[in-house]
Design a binder for this molecule. Structure first.
Ligand code: ARG
Ligand code: ZN
Length: 882
């Protein structure tokens, strides 16, 4: 593996740009094969610097002019990534002509083709693949963009801002001019050209009664699948006005759905470009989770208009400034649109199963990293989801009202600027008169802190002592971890289930009695509560107020008590999961001792008590019943300092599901029937019923009782919505019977021409475990419905296989690892963003039990010896193998 030279970018090397750009005029003569770009920019110099160095790659330079005079070759130097002009005046107009080749662009960064649509992705550094420019977020300017293209191939021509003019050229081509009145960094530039359908609507703002035209563009035939996206967008606009007093600032808001997209979506000013999976939905094609995903991503991109576009990042080390904050905002939006507790549970499950894994492995990094090789690799769950948790903790510290004041201050101070995370924290501090110096450690340290709880109740003195200790083994850039400020929500219950807050012995400044927050800041802190007749029951880290791992040895009866009585729904869920995890881990121990699986009868009973508990909402009940995923259990194993034994874990988990299904079949069947309805709507209540019904079905079918298999098959045939159709199909896909293949085949025939739906089929097929030769993966890739140029397909098949098919990916002969490395190398040749992300499945390397570790090592060595890895893949490979 040869290392890309001098390519580590460091935060401490940041310097301000020597140049400012007053305005930019772009002209595109668009064509799939060959596109001519002319960029005319007015530059002003701040310093005595003679030279101007512009970023640019993967394009052919035609000419460079300064103030209308063409430069000859001796006045500039071209490298594969820069254009260096040796001497420039104080103030000048720079005109650059280049040629780019969209149909050859398989990386989907810059200008590329998605099917027959020309579109762009410029964040983080795609603009430099369009023209030579100061491609950095702190260089902001006003854009005027002229698009020229053949009218029949590209009847729709879109760019940022407002459309100011259009016309025909008389040679079959037409043109439009777009003007964006707001200054923006180049990463927010976008253009789209294609033969698209549009769905229109209007939103009137409530603050200034401004009329905004909304347009959602999609492939012809998909117009009927845009309603939910439209509704979500209007709800987002209203929500941001109500919650943060933020109104939309242009006359138009456009969203374009494209099939080939590396990520979820992109917040380009006034012209969002979306992975079609986050726009298109109809009840027969999309699941409830898809609908929720659309709502949250539409919200996310919309909220970026203020947190991202109006106030942007000074440099890419500040990425969490806009991403963490915007994820926090979209989570809050979803909580207000649906159920807050359910949303919290989902967000925490996502955090734990992805971010906690990242934060405890070789690619761990702080939310504000200090160096990187390839910025695209840093669009991580740490920057996004942990970043959102950091914002949520600030909200806990300053309170909801204080948070709003801080946000107002942030816009007052920094609107129109490119700023840092320190600036954000500063706004929060001065708006609230709070000192967040200690808290800021969160920005610079990787790793998930562990909080160990020690409780002691003394019957004679009636004293209860609670001791908290925080630790973290993760080092950040070689430095050991320093304790962080943890605003932990907690409370004590008496045996009747009443919340109590007894007097304490010490006066503890870190204990906020009114808000019931313990502001843990030191390694160890202790409180003694007085006059307690009985041992109180602690409910800790309520609402999951801090992103931590809690270690607490306590009686099982406490968990049962909290599961039934906690007034915090999150902690009711949490208790159910601790009970389940312990039961499964006990089974792993039995397997190690080569004993038969047997589930603790006490646990079987407590599972039953969830089933019968009418005080739980449907969706929360479903979450409580669902056993912890393999991703979570793997972490649990390594948190207990055990090497991860995938196969024992898998057997223990599956065995537990089966036992629970058998033990509670009557009631599961009863609940299933109770929620079997024909009416469909998207209310939380209705979604909750489907979720609960389908979880019951999955426990029932795990028994492999033909009666229940038939039940699933009937649901599959008769369902009128994708949630039920897919849920029953995935129950069937987990077992091996004649109905399995029958159902999978009929699903394929029905949906093979709907890419977003057939991607679900590929994902299900990827989790099937009956062909250890892995020939099925090759066959699936050769299926005519599969398209390797569309990242969604690659993720459905390969990412699903590596992350969800534990049995075959981790098979003992190492074939699962081999096939994945082969695919990753192949994909790396044309789409490094996707290949590098896919490789994350290998992060588990050093945590695996030794036999699998050895097998994985062989494949990792092979990859390491490969020449010409992309920068993206190189960076992650070196982290994982070092
Ligand atoms: N800013 C976009 C969003 O969070 C994601 C951009 C992804 N870009 C990338 N190079 N990976 O909505
Ligand atoms: Zn974002």
């Amino acid at each position: 593996m040869s290392s890309p030279k001098n390519s580590t970018i460091k935060l401490i090397d940041y310097t301000k740009s020597d140049f400012e750009i007053e305005s930019l005029e772009l002209e595109f003569e668009l064509d799939a094969k060959k596109t001519y770009v002319t960029s005319k920019a007015v530059y002003t110099k701040f310093s005595h610097q003679k030279k101007l160095v512009l970023n640019g790659e993967q394009q052919d330079l035609v000419s460079v002019e300064i103030n209308g005079n063409k430069l000859d070759k001796s006045s500039f130097k071209l490298t594969s990534t820069t254009l260096e002009i040796f001497e420039v005046p104080e103030c000048f107009t720079l005109t650059i002509k280049t040629i780019i080749y969209p149909s050859k662009n398989t990386s989907l960064l810059g200008l590329y083709m998605s099917s027959d649509i020309l579109c762009t992705q410029c964040e983080a550094e795609g603009f430099r693949r369009i023209t030579y420019f100061l491609d950095r977020p702190d260089v902001m300017t006003k854009y005027r963009t002229k698009l020229i293209a053949h009218k029949n191939k590209f009847p729709v021509l879109l760019s940022n801002g407002n459309k100011v003019d259009s016309g025909e050229l008389g040679d079959g081509r037409h043109w439009t001019i777009w003007e964006d009145p707001f200054k923006k960094p180049s990463y927010l530039f976008a253009l789209v050209a294609g033969d698209l359908s549009v769905v229109r609507d209007v939103y009137v703002t409530s603050i200034n009664k401004k009329k905004i035209d909304i347009e959602i563009y999609c492939d012809k035939g998909n117009e009927g699948k845009c309603d939910h996206a439209m509704r979500s967008l209007k709800n987002s606009m209203k929500w941001d006005e109500e919650k943060f007093g933020l109104e939309y600032d242009l006359d138009m808001y456009m969203i374009v759905a494209v099939n080939s997209f590396n990520m979820g979506a992109m917040e380009n000013k006034g012209l969002n470009i979306f992975n079609s999976a986050y726009v298109l939905a109809r009840k027969d094609t999309a699941t409830d989770d898809d609908f929720l995903g659309i709502e949250s991503v539409i919200g996310h991109e919309y909220f970026h208009n203020w947190t991202g576009n109006r106030i942007t990042c000074r440099d890419w080390f500040q990425l969490t400034l806009k991403e963490g904050l915007t994820v926090y905002r979209d989570q809050e939006f979803s909580s207000d649109m649906n159920s807050r507790s359910v949303q919290r549970i989902k967000d925490v499950l996502k955090l734990r199963s992805t971010q906690f894994v990242e934060d405890s492995g070789p690619t761990a990094h702080p939310i504000k990293p200090k160096s990187y090789i390839q910025i695209d690799n840093f669009y991580t769950t740490t920057i996004y989801e942990k970043g959102a948790e950091i914002i949520r903790m600030i909200e806990k510290i300053v309170g909801k009202e204080g948070f709003r004041k801080g946000m107002d201050k942030y816009f007052e101070l920094y609107d129109g600027q490119a700023v840092t995370t320190d600036d954000f924290v500063h706004a929060m501090e001065i708006a609230n008169g709070t000192d967040l110096t200690h808290f800021k450690r969160w920005y610079d340290q990787a790793g998930t802190p562990i909080v160990k709880i020690n409780e002691l109740y003394d019957e004679t003195s009636k004293k209860y002592t609670l001791e908290l200790e925080q630790t973290c083994e993760m080092k950040t850039y070689g430095e050991s971890w320093r304790p962080c400020h943890l605003p932990v929500l907690f409370c004590l219950f008496d045996s009747q289930g009443n919340e109590i807050f007894p007097e304490t012995l010490e006066s503890l400044p870190n204990l906020d009695k009114t808000k019931k927050i313990w502001h843990l800041k030191e390694n160890k802190e202790k409180a003694t509560f007085l006059n307690l007749e009985h041992r109180p029951i602690l409910s800790f880290n309520r609402q999951f107020s801090c992103p931590i791992i809690v270690k607490h040895d306590r009686p099982v009866s406490d968990h049962i008590f909290l599961m039934k009585n906690d007034t915090d729904e999150f902690n009711r869920f949490e208790s159910s999961q601790i009970l389940a995890t312990d039961a499964i881990m006990q089974n792993v121990d039995l397997l190690k001792e080569q004993k038969e699986l047997s589930l603790d009868p006490f646990y079987i009973e407590s599972f039953g008590s969830i089933l019968y508990d009418d005080s739980l909402g449907h969706s929360i009940k479903a979450s409580c019943l669902d056993l912890p995923s393999m991703a979570l259990l793997k972490q649990e194993m390594s948190n207990r300092s055990l090497p991860i034994d995938i196969h024992k874990l898998l057997m223990a988990r599956e065995g537990s599901i089966k036992t629970l299904g058998q033990s509670h079949q009557e009631f599961l069947f009863k609940l299933y029937n109770e929620f079997k309805t024909d009416t469909f709507d998207l209310s939380s209540k209705s979604m909750g019923k489907r979720e609960l019904k389908n979880i019951c079905l999955s426990f029932l079918t795990s028994t492999e009782n033909p009666e229940y298999i038939d039940l699933a098959y009937q649901q599959f045939i008769n369902s009128n919505n994708m949630t039920d159709e897919l849920a029953s199909l995935s129950c069937l896909a987990k077992i091996k019977c004649d109905k399995t293949e029958l159902a999978l085949d009929s699903f394929y025939k029905k949906w093979k021409d709907e890419p977003l739906v057939i991607q679900k089929w590929f994902a299900l097929k990827a989790t099937q475990t009956h062909d250890p030769s892995l020939k099925f993966l090759i066959d699936l890739a050769n299926n005519p419905a599969f398209d390797k140029k569309v990242p969604n397909f690659l993720r459905s098949l390969y990412t699903t296989f590596a992350n969800q098919n534990d049995k075959l990916f981790h098979q003992e002969n190492g074939h699962g690892y081999k096939i994945m490395i082969d695919r990753i190398l192949e994909i790396d040749k044309y789409n490094p963003d996707v290949s590098a992300r896919m490789f994350n499945a290998f992060r588990i390397f050093k945590k695996l039990e030794i036999n699998l570790q050895n097998e994985m090592k062989i494949e990792l060595e092979r990859l390491k010896n490969e020449q010409n890895l992309s920068k993206n893949l190189f960076e992650i490979v070196s982290q994982i193998t070092s």
